[in-house]
Unconditional design. Structure first.
Length: 310
């Protein structure tokens, strides 16, 4: 089975933890140990987010003022190398070298006229109090948005058009390699009229949407989006909340979810289901139960009744 697994932020950095190299490695190690069984038996592609890490690099970048700050596309590539290296190493260790693991720096084609460039929504970097957020917005000319009880920087998040390295990733899978790619959604680029020359764009592509684009291009059987919630929930956080066990692509497309968090995951699942695959959204720490359909939400092309609630 060809499977794409998209690791959410909790697989790399727990909320409230310091974003140190030691914590990154510890979190990735436990994640890769959980994925080892799946990796042994399937053609596996691992993608991952980079929101906290790319935001941290941007802050560190601003601290050195003798040269101009590096742009977001280069910082995105830097996080791909940084996180990809750790995932590649820890997955290889978890498998005791049984499978070769390749980390690929990935670029994602976007439309330079995407309206997302005028409406930033993608959360990156650490959380701030209201006062610190206001000060950062004034000093760095950032756009700030609420993230739960705190505040974070937001940047443009255009839709992925295609993954430039999809043919290479397919070749690696066909030759029995495991692949780590589409880190942070891939570095967003625009291409010339012939689709050959690439230019980096100042944005962060949602990793779930980019993962779904890759899954569709690879003809993957399943996209698994691992997060810290047990289910996709209708009316989340209200007395009317209902957890969704299974849904068809068309039925769940009629519902609205939190933009910048669950909505991209649902949109990604819809894209995969409409391409003939299926998508699972559920908790990293219960991967076996997610695969056994004891927890998490499954989105398929067709479901009798449209939506089945828990």
């Amino acid at each position: 089975m060809r499977v794409v697994v998209a690791l959410g932020g909790n697989a790399l950095a727990r909320r409230g933890e310091p974003m140190t190299a030691d914590r990154l490695r510890a979190n990735v190690r436990s994640t890769c140990q959980a994925l080892a069984g799946l990796a042994r038996e399937n053609e596996l592609v691992i993608t991952h987010g980079n929101g906290p890490q790319v935001g941290l690099l941007a802050l560190q970048n601003l601290a050195y003022q003798d040269v101009a700050a590096y742009p977001l596309d280069i910082l995105g590539a830097e996080t791909q190398g940084m996180i990809g290296y750790v995932v590649q190493q820890e997955l290889s260790n978890a498998l005791a070298g049984e499978r070769e693991v390749a980390a690929v720096i990935t670029t994602t084609v976007v439309d330079e006229h995407d309206p997302a460039f005028d409406r930033p929504t993608k959360l990156i970097g650490p959380t701030y109090s209201a006062q610190d957020a206001a000060e950062a917005a004034a000093e760095y000319r950032w756009t700030i948005a609420r993230d739960g009880h705190a505040f974070r920087r937001v940047v443009p998040s255009p839709d992925p058009v295609r993954i430039m390295q999809a043919p290479l990733i397919r070749l690696l899978l066909e030759n029995n390699h495991l692949v780590v790619c589409v880190g942070g959604g891939g570095v967003p680029v625009k291409t010339d009229a012939k689709g050959r020359r690439q230019t980096g764009m100042q944005a962060v592509v949602d990793k779930d949407l980019a993962s779904s684009a890759l899954a569709a291009e690879l003809g993957a059987d399943t996209l698994i989006m691992l997060t810290d919630g047990d289910f996709v929930s209708e009316n989340w956080g209200t007395p009317e909340q209902r957890d969704i066990l299974t849904a068809s692509a068309n039925a769940i497309s009629e519902l609205k979810f939190a933009e910048g968090s669950m909505q991209p995951k649902v949109d990604a699942a819809i894209r995969v289901a409409r391409a003939g695959g299926r998508a699972l959204i559920g908790p990293l720490d219960r991967l076996d139960d997610l695969l056994a359909r004891k927890v998490g939400t499954e989105i398929r092309p067709d479901v009798e009744g449209g939506i089945v609630y828990v």
